[in-house]
Design a protein around this ligand. Structure first.
Ligand SMILES: Cc1cc2nc3c(=O)[nH]c(=O)nc-3n(C[C@H](O)[C@H](O)[C@H](O)COP(=O)(O)OP(=O)(O)OC[C@H]3O[C@@H](n4cnc5c(N)ncnc54)[C@H](O)[C@@H]3O)c2cc1C
Length: 433
């Protein structure tokens, strides 16, 4: 009988693991607690806005090899898009200025020497910050590496907050360094911004589910794992409320749920099991307009703009929908979301009007604020130490999830890396592509 691989959790980590092994002779079942797969990267119909939205804007980079492998395997490569050059338009609302950062495509950072392409007002000596980040030890925070100046204020600090979703004064510089190594240090060709043309689910969920169906893998939604039983150091059964699923001696389990859920399920079976237990939120403000604004210049090419000196960080325009991301948003937790929505809309108008054929209205047609309270774990050195590896004390159980020890921050690439690692430590047959 074929080995049965049970994957608990249908987020990016669980789906990436399923896509890797489906069709390679093993029986694969994904159990997802929710009504739909996707976890923290999903699209849904929003009644108030009257359209489909993503739970939050997600930016990918051309350096995200595992994401692109997944998109390739699931036939979804053409569902993501982005500019043809590594161009990042910015606006500073505090010290008014607009510019476009345009990285050099090769490894040599010529852009740092070109006043038209680099961060305005920066001095070359500030580039030392990047060296300090790359050399950072496990206890160093990002702020400790940042040389004061415009390169830090207008690029490195906001870049870090978006990447690790944690304020720089407490964020792990080593974690940021892992992304710098994969992106900036490789040059602009690795830093092409990429995002779903339509929505997260249309790129990262629906094509994967279609692929899994063709590969005869089963995906069961509405299946919440409530407990697991163990015998002789291995998982022997899985309880989904009233339904009990036996796990045969040769079968394997990948637990790709969130960190708190994994801790609750494994506490009775693995003594001293630790996971990250502090979290950071991300706030997204979505504004629907009566008509689709017409953008021009680099904003048109990029599809987004970075904002410095405001609450907003990234503003995306998709037809008649403007979506704004605010990372490390726990600092705004005591603010009324509707009041924040007003402030952010004024920032949007200030930032976008110079890049649009007609100016934005005083008020949008309608809007929706979405807080993801536990968007990621707080990427501090102390939390970093709590990330467990994929291998567990239970011989047929591996962990996956962006919170496991991937050496990457909580990102889709990190989640997918964890799925691959779970497949590897369980010795499962993957696709050789
Ligand atoms: C607002 C926001 C913006 C983000 N922006 C970016 C970005 O720009 N770029 C980027 O790369 N990343 C971004 N991220 C991070 C990225 O979304 C996550 O790293 C990734 O989606 C995590 O995937 P995961 O599979 O590890 O976890 P999850 O998505 O949390 O998946 C876990 C799954 O397990 C299910 N589950 C939980 N308990 C059970 C149970 N008991 N039984 C069965 N199933 C269960 C859950 O329903 C869920 O579907 C963002 C995240 C948020 C929230």
């Amino acid at each position: 009988m074929a080995r049965h691989v049970h994957i608990i959790g249908g987020g990016m980590a669980g789906l990436a693991a399923a896509v890797e092994i489906a069709g390679s002779g093993q029986r694969v079942t994904v159990y997802e607690a929710g009504r739909a797969c996707g976890g923290r990267a999903r699209s849904y119909e929003d009644k108030r806005l009257g359209c489909r939205i993503d739970n939050g804007n997600h930016m990918l980079l051309s350096a995200n090899d595992l994401v692109f492998r997944y998109l390739g395997l699931t036939g979804a490569l053409d569902t993501v898009g982005g500019p043809s050059r590594p161009v990042f338009p910015f606006v500073d609302l505090e010290k008014p200025k607009q510019w476009s950062l345009e990285l050099s495509s090769g490894r040599v950072p010529w852009w740092l020497f070109n006043k038209k392409r680099r961060v305005p007002g920066m001095h070359l000596k500030e580039a030392l910050s990047l060296q300090k980040i790359l050399a950072a030890g496990p206890e160093t925070t990002v702020s400790e590496c940042l040389v004061p100046g415009e390169l830090s204020r207008r690029l490195l600090d906001p870049f870090s907050i978006s990447v690790v979703n944690t304020p720089s004064d407490v964020a792990s510089a080593a974690l940021l360094a892992s992304v710098v190594r994969l992106s900036l240090a490789k040059g602009g060709a690795a830093c092409l911004p990429r995002y779903p043309r339509e929505g997260l689910s249309e790129s990262l969920v629906d094509p994967a589910l279609e692929h899994l169906k063709i590969m005869k893998a089963e995906v069961r939604t509405g299946m919440r794992l409530t407990a697991l039983e163990t015998i002789e150091g291995r998982v022997s059964s899985l309880s989904f409320g009233d339904e009990l699923v036996e796990v045969d001696r040769h079968d394997a389990v990948i637990l790709a749920v969130t960190a708190p859920v994994a801790a609750a399920l494994l506490e009775p079976h693995i003594p001293d099991f630790q996971v990250p237990n502090e979290f950071e939120s991300i706030f997204n403000a979505h504004y629907r307009l009566e008509t689709s604004p017409v953008p021009f210049g680099d904003f048109r090419e990029a599809g987004f703009i970075g904002v410095i000196g405001g609450i907003s960080e990234w503003i995306y325009l998709k037809k008649d929908l403007i979506s704004v991301t605010v990372s490390a948003a726990s600092r705004y937790a005591d603010r009324d979301p509707e009041e924040l929505g007003d402030v952010i809309w004024q920032e949007v108008r200030q930032a976008l009007n110079p890049h649009l054929a007609t100016i934005l209205p005083e008020q949008p047609l309608t809007r929706r604020m979405v807080w993801e309270k536990r968007a990621t774990f707080a990427a501090t050195p102390a939390q970093e130490r709590r990330r467990p590896g994929a291998r567990t004390a239970l011989s047929n159980l591996a962990l996956a999830g962006d919170w496991t020890a991937t050496s990457l921050p909580c990102t889709i690439e990190g989640a997918m890396k964890s799925g691959h690692e779970a497949v590897r430590v369980l010795g499962l047959r993957g696709l050789q592509v």
